[in-house]
Design a protein around this ligand. Structure first.
Ligand code: BTN
Length: 260
C-alpha cells in the first residue's frame, strides 16, 4: 500500500527536508496515540496507518477510518517557542489539505479552524495534541484524517452521529484515488506550510487560509465558555482567532466549536 512512499518523499521538493522518519503501521488504535506514546520523538516523524480502529476527533468525538480507504496520519513537530503562534498550526495543516485536494482537481473550503469541506460536506479533519515532559509541552502531534475511497455505506455502517455531513473524494468524483499519492502530496504540502510557519510567514498562512474560508459572512454558532453564541463570521485576526460580528459589537473566539 505505502511501499513506494519513502522513495516518492525523497523526491518531493519540501518533504525531503522535513520528513525524517516514516512509521508505517498495518493497524493501530490511533496514529495520534502511537505518536504520543513514542519514547523518542523528533520533529519530522510521520506515522501512517492502513487501518485505524480507535481514531479520535476533536472534542472527544470518534473519527471513523476504513482500512485502505482512508488517510490516517500523524506528523510530529517541535512545540513552538512562543505560545502565540500555536494557533497557526491547525490553520497551516488545513492549508496543506486544501493544497493537496486542489492538486487532485478538487475544490475544498475550510471551516474554522480546520475542518475541510467539499460541497459543504466534511472530507477531512485535523486533531492537534501536545505531548508533555514534566508539565512542559515539547511536541505537537498533528493528526490528519482524509476520507478517500469510502462509499456512503461506509458512513452509514459506522453509526456515528455526524455534526457535519461526511463525504469522501470517491463520493464526490466517482473515482478511486491512490492513498500513496495523496499521502505523498499531503506531506510535501505540509512540509511547505511548516516552512512558512518556521520562517514566521504567518501572513502567507492566513492569506491562503482566508482565500479558502467556508464560513465567511455566514451565521455561525460557537460554544464559548460553555455558552452558545451566534454571530456572523467576519474575520480571522492576526493571531488566527475567529472574529464574530454580534449585534452589540465584535466577539473574538480563541477556540471553540463551530456548529452549523
Ligand atoms: C476532527 O475533525 O474531529 C479531527 C479528526 C482527526 C482524525 C485523525 S486520523 C489520524 C489521527 N489519529 C487520530 O486518532 N485522529 C487523527
Amino acid at each position: 500500500m505505502y511501499s513506494g512512499l519513502e522513495h516518492k518523499l525523497r523526491k518531493g521538493l519540501h518533504s525531503k527536508r522535513f520528513v525524517k522518519d516514516l512509521i508505517l503501521l498495518d493497524s493501530t488504535d490511533s496514529t495520534n496515540n502511537h505518536g504520543l506514546s513514542l519514547k523518542e520523538k523528533k520533529e519530522g516523524m510521520v506515522i501512517l496507518a492502513r487501518k485505524q480502529i480507535g481514531g479520535r476527533g476533536r472534542d472527544g468525538r470518534l473519527w471513523h477510518s476504513v482500512e485502505d480507504k482512508s488517510i490516517a496520519m500523524s506528523i510530529i513537530i517541535d512545540y513552538p517557542k512562543s505560545n502565540d503562534s500555536i494557533t497557526f498550526v491547525p490553520l497551516l495543516s488545513a492549508n496543506a489539505i486544501v493544497d493537496t485536494l486542489d492538486f487532485f482537481g478538487l475544490n475544498s473550503k475550510i471551516k474554522w479552524p480546520n475542518d475541510v469541506l467539499i460541497n459543504s460536506k466534511k472530507v477531512s479533519g485535523v486533531l492537534c495534541e501536545s505531548s508533555f515532559i514534566k508539565n512542559y509541552s515539547n511536541f505537537i502531534i498533528v493528526g490528519i484524517g482524509i476520507n478517500v475511497n469510502l462509499n456512503s455505506e461506509d458512513f452509514i455502517k459506522d453509526g456515528i452521529d455526524y455534526v457535519i455531513k461526511p463525504t469522501s473524494l470517491k463520493m464526490e468524483t466517482s473515482k478511486n484515488f491512490s492513498l500513496e499519492d495523496i499521502a505523498t502530496t499531503l506531506l510535501n504540502n505540509f512540509s511547505k506550510w511548516i516552512f512558512e510557519y518556521k520562517t514566521n510567514n504567518y501572513d502567507n498562512i492566513l492569506k491562503f487560509w482566508k482565500n479558502n474560508w467556508f464560513d465567511e459572512g455566514k451565521q455561525v454558532s460557537v460554544i464559548k465558555n460553555g455558552k452558545l453564541i451566534t454571530g456572523t463570521a467576519k474575520d480571522i485576526n492576526l493571531q488566527g482567532h475567529l472574529v464574530l460580528q454580534m449585534e452589540d459589537g465584535l466577539e473574538v473566539i480563541n477556540s471553540g466549536e463551530l456548529k452549523i
